[in-house]
Design a protein around this ligand. Structure first.
Ligand SMILES: Nc1ncnc2c1ncn2[C@@H]1O[C@H](COP(=O)(O)OP(=O)(O)OP(=O)(O)O)[C@@H](O)[C@H]1O
Ligand SMILES: O=C(O)c1ccc[n+]([C@@H]2O[C@H](COP(=O)([O-])O)[C@@H](O)[C@H]2O)c1
Length: 216
């Protein structure tokens, strides 16, 4: 899409190991409710905080995102964090987009679980100056906890945070990985094209390893 006509750009960063319907629902809800022109999906080359499991090589994660969004006219892949310096700090991504896309408003999209941890992110105060935030509640946080944090970020850092309610999709990448490892179905958790890719490449065969068999 021609970037000069874009005014409101949504950015959904993630490990996407693998991408799933929760991500797509989140992006769709943000697009609609916040009048975004486009949502960029940004796979993290080296996710700063994901050290619980071995991350699948980014080429696979990127390909699965491409397959998941290929038919959606307002979703696009942004490969900035794949090609650039590691680890994938969001402050670098947002600074890059600010310079590349002057005159546009950036909206970083994230689940409430991520917002509640944002103070541990690299240069987190700067994030609130660079972008607005769109946050959707997942399952763990209570409303009070979330609302308190939002109020704190607004008063302390002049953050612009828009909460989206009523979008609830209880699916996670970790559940897909563990179900795949146990040989259970992941039907209706991620698009069919992604399910086929996971099968074809033998991803997530063991619970502790994210690597494809071909990389072991
Ligand atoms: N089901 C969901 N509903 C709302 N937001 C989600 C959902 N799944 C992921 N997100 C958000 O999408 C972003 C990227 O998520 P990520 O790629 O880490 O997926 P994940 O399902 O959380 O992975 P994992 O289970 O491995 O922790 C984060 O901001 C996260 O909060
Ligand atoms: O910048 C940071 O320090 C930072 C720390 C944790 C997560 N992030 C970003 O938050 C997004 C979601 O991360 P994750 O780990 O839930 O996939 C993704 O774009 C990460 O790069 C960013």
């Amino acid at each position: 899409m021609e970037t000069s006509v874009l005014k409101h750009i949504g950015i959904l960063g993630g490990t996407f190991d693998p991408v799933h319907l929760g991500h797509l629902t989140l992006a769709q809800a943000a697009l609609k409710e916040c009048n975004l022109d486009i949502v960029y999906f940004v796979p993290a080359g080296e996710p700063p905080h994901k050290n619980g499991h071995l991350i699948t090589p980014v080429e696979h994660r990127q390909k699965m995102v491409e397959l998941a969004i290929q038919k959606h006219p307002f979703f696009e892949l942004c490969n900035f964090e794949i090609t650039r310096q590691k680890p994938s700090y969001t402050v670098h991504l947002l600074n890059h987009l600010r310079h590349k896309l002057p005159g546009t408003e950036l909206f970083f999209i994230l689940g409430a679980d991520s917002l509640l941890e944002i103070e541990s992110w690299y240069h987190f105060e700067e994030l609130f100056q660079l972008s607005r935030f769109i946050v959707v509640k997942r399952d763990k946080s209570t409303d009070t906890e979330l609302l308190n944090r939002v109020a704190f970020f607004q008063s302390e850092f002049h953050a612009s945070i828009q909460l989206i309610h009523g979008v609830r999709m209880d699916v996670s990448s970790s559940e897909i990985r563990s179900r795949t490892a146990e040989g259970q179905s992941i039907l209706s958790m991620t698009p069919e094209t992604v399910q086929d890719y996971i099968k074809q490449h033998g991803l997530y065969q063991s619970e502790t390893k994210g690597y494809a068999n071909e990389h072991q």
